[in-house]
Design a protein around this ligand. Structure first.
Ligand code: PLP
Length: 366
């Protein structure tokens, strides 16, 4: 039976994150039509703020897709890949593999660059497979399944100067980690509203560079996915003509959450997540938890992957925490039963919810 106990709930998962209070309030605003001038004014502010969040230049088209992060991923392949294109996908975890599967479904010939579980992609392995026939390189910045940060700036340096586009999954990084689309030379980036921005799930903020848009325009065939056609997206977000009904109430909430993030300051947020991570690691070490990712520079600050203490009953302890109103996520696939993945995105990276976790854990394991 559904019990409404969520006022007290502590959400420490790697997404969704607790909704920012300003976004929560914005959700109660009365509905407006998707073609209303006030909504277009709101959308323009969202576009401007997304450019700032992504470090994108003026020529970059920013917009929201009506779906989660996976739709952001899918839209990139649907619009920027044609059958037979060579796509090099960095796949060192579940989300990299999801990229490879999507690229293949849109007809790409996929080349994989892999790394052992819990390790970052080595740019030298990208260089070894990058040649003139590659039309796109795709990489997950923060691999949520293992808590690994991939070296996007170094990979971008290799891709710059080739004819290939660079697609970056910024789902666990944009808004909380350094992300410099223009400086690095990223062509397509996406995230999910429910991650670092602490807005409700259901929107994928995307950024499409001028180079990516030109590639889209030069397609031989229309994109097989009508709903997220970049041309249709531009029609609505730039020319203000109807393409489909956007979820205006979610736009209100995302606008508020994004403003709150920029008001706090991207640098402050990056410092906040690092400080929280260090404190949590130090506090959990005496209980037997240790960093899962071996090299400190490969650790993703927004998803703390911790190896479980010897003999800990993973499902049992997480179940007991859940009964006490605290959600913690375990590993995924091969890391199930091996690690916990503590979310430090957006509003999860706050001392109070983690204090509650520490208190309850000390009681359960002490
Ligand atoms: N990419 C990464 C790195 C993710 O962590 C996730 C979700 O956790 C996704 C893509 C997919 O996002 P969604 O679940 O919002 O569709």
């Amino acid at each position: 039976m559904f019990e409404d106990t969520h006022d007290e709930h502590v959400l420490l998962t790697p997404g969704p994150t607790p909704i920012h209070p300003r976004a929560q309030r914005a959700l109660t605003r009365p509905m407006l039509g998707h073609m209303d001038p006030e909504v277009f004014a709101l959308n323009s502010e969202i576009q401007r703020d997304l450019r700032e969040m992504y470090g994108a230049d003026e020529g970059t088209l920013t917009a929201l897709l009506a779906g989660t992060g996976s739709l952001g991923m899918e839209a990139g392949f649907a619009n920027l890949v044609e059958a037979g294109d060579e796509v090099l996908v960095c796949a060192n975890g579940s989300f990299g593999r999801r990229m490879a599967e999507m690229a293949a479904r849109y007809g790409a010939k996929v080349r994989l660059v892999t790394a052992p579980l819990g390790e970052a992609i080595d740019p030298a392995d990208v260089a070894a497979q990058l040649d003139d026939s590659v039309s796109m390189v795709a990489v997950v910045h923060g691999e949520t399944s293992t808590g690994v940060l991939n070296p996007v700036p170094e990979i971008a340096k290799l891709v710059r100067g080739t004819g290939a586009l660079l697609t970056v999954d910024a789902v666990t990084t944009a808004g909380m980690e350094p992300f410099d689309m223009a400086k690095w030379g990223v062509d397509y980036a996406y995230t999910g509203a429910q991650k670092c921005l602490s807005a409700p799930p259901g929107l994928a903020p995307v950024a499409i560079s001028e180079r990516a848009f030109s590639r889209f325009r030069a397609r031989r065939t229309p994109p097989p996915l009508w709903y997220c056609d970049f041309g249709g997206l531009r029609d609505y977000w730039v020319d203000h003509s109807y393409h489909h009904t956007v979820p205006v109430n979610l736009h209100f909430a995302l606008h508020a959450a994004l403003r709150a993030a920029l008001d706090e300051g991207l640098d402050t947020r990056q410092a906040r997540v690092r400080l929280m991570g260090r404190v949590i690691e130090r506090t959990l070490a005496p209980l037997g938890f240790s960093p899962y990712v071996r090299r400190p520079q490969d650790r993703l600050p927004t998803v703390l992957a911790l190896r479980l203490p010897e003999g800990l009953d993973d499902a049992g302890v997480r179940g007991a925490l859940r009964q006490r109103g605290i959600s913690v996520t375990g590993g995924l696939g091969p890391t199930a039963g091996v690690i916990w993945r503590l979310g430090l995105m957006g509003e999860s990276a706050r001392p109070e919810p983690y204090r509650r976790l520490m208190t309850e854990l000390a009681g359960l394991l002490g």
